[in-house]
Ligand binder design. Sequence first.
Ligand code: ADP
Ligand code: MG
Length: 480
Amino acid sequence: MKRVGKEQTIAKLRSRYVKITDVKILGIETSCDETAAAVVEDGRRLLSNVVQSQIDIHSAFGGVVPEVAARSHLEVILPVVDEAVKGVGGWNEIDAIAVATMPGLVGSLLIGSLTARTLALIKNKPLYPVHHVEAHVYANFIIDGKPCSPLPNDLPSVRDFCLSSQEKSLSPRRNCVQPQEDILATNESDQNLVSTPSGMTDKEDSLNLFLNPLHENASMETPERQSLRPQDMEMSHRADRLTYYGMRKNGLGNPPQFPMLALIVSGGHSQIVLFHDHGDYQMIGQTADDAVGEAFDKVAKILGLPYPGGPSIARAAKTGDPLAYTFPKAKMSNRYDFSFSGLKTAVLRTVQSEVGHDHTFPSTGLPELLDESQRHNFAASFQRTAVETLVDKIVAAYAEFQPKSVVIAGGVAANQELRRELAERLPIPITYPTPELCTDNAAMIASLGYFMAQKVPPGDPLNTEVNPSISMTLAAWNLS
Ligand code: ADP
Ligand code: MG
């Protein structure tokens, strides 16, 4: 009986393709340290966009702590999704769900993926698993949007959800998720679901395993699960720090044209990809070691600048001399590949010699030996070298492949120097996302989901794996 219920649900979802216009896709993103949900219409109009950043939690550690990231996603994912859906008038407006299932931190990916899979089943929506790095490029397809109302101040926290449901003496099985009824309430079409022997439907069964860390008798109760009790959440809930972005008309004009050359530069990735069409692309170059965003973050640490390093180096560089120090640029056998690990080490060695120490001196002791102007000069010189490295390669790739458009994407695409130098050295205008869509967000996930929905069938919500390390080209769309 249980099997039949599942097969019917899968068959229903598989047979559904989204309609071509006026399609509203809910995107869900949790691959690293941002919990995000957004609704995008027709791949280009941003209707609602909610991002809960964990930056202030991880900055105490100087980088992302995977276990903490996963727990923090779990705390806020439902309020974040709820807010994004409410922003467009509720679940009836949503045609499909797209979720980042690769690559990223495995625990973080699991929270978004399980949420999306569960919601796809409950709400009977097609599900599109997407590649996070590919999705960064799609922030450039979002060219329009309605202003959104600000996040209500009285948005209840996860802790409030748990406490209020306990006060109402709800059944322990639902005590954590009950106040989220508007997210989790089943459609009328779900009523044909077959009950399992436990008295729960299939959907409730999987929901219970995933969404019920407070369930007193949960069969999967572990020490970690127990630590997520309401009294602990009082210390750690962060729903009150949700950030809600309204999209302004950004004046970017038309979406990028194919063939499109994309420079994807983030904390985890640096690559140049040539897109012939949606889902049809080839990797032209990639980093052999550190991503450029990672180099910004590590050099910031050497200089004693706060995490995340990209924005703080960019700020410090404004008053520094970009020619004060000369750092080498790596020569690669593939002219479009990068290497940023050597640049980071070159900065470290130069800082050590500048303050009168050799390579044995620990990098943690360096910041206090630098004065303000040295710090700013190092930041500016490093930024110049990193930006020149990226731009040299894009200019060469442009000359060889003659694309109709050049887009930049990922957190480092927010860098003003990178934008300025690309604009100066390329004969066509570059396209880049608004700052809030450069770093991780769910609007880009929803936009990519829309273009995928035109060409490939939805995934199976009962069988969607996460993959922490697969590259874009290996995860290419199944267009057969
Ligand atoms: P990931 O998806 O790999 O987590 P994001 O796309 O969220 O990365 O981008 C985060 C990265 O972008 C960080 O390494 C951060 O230092 C970098 N970054 C953000 N803003 C800037 C900036 N203005 N200049 C350079 N790097 C930046
Ligand atoms: Mg990213």
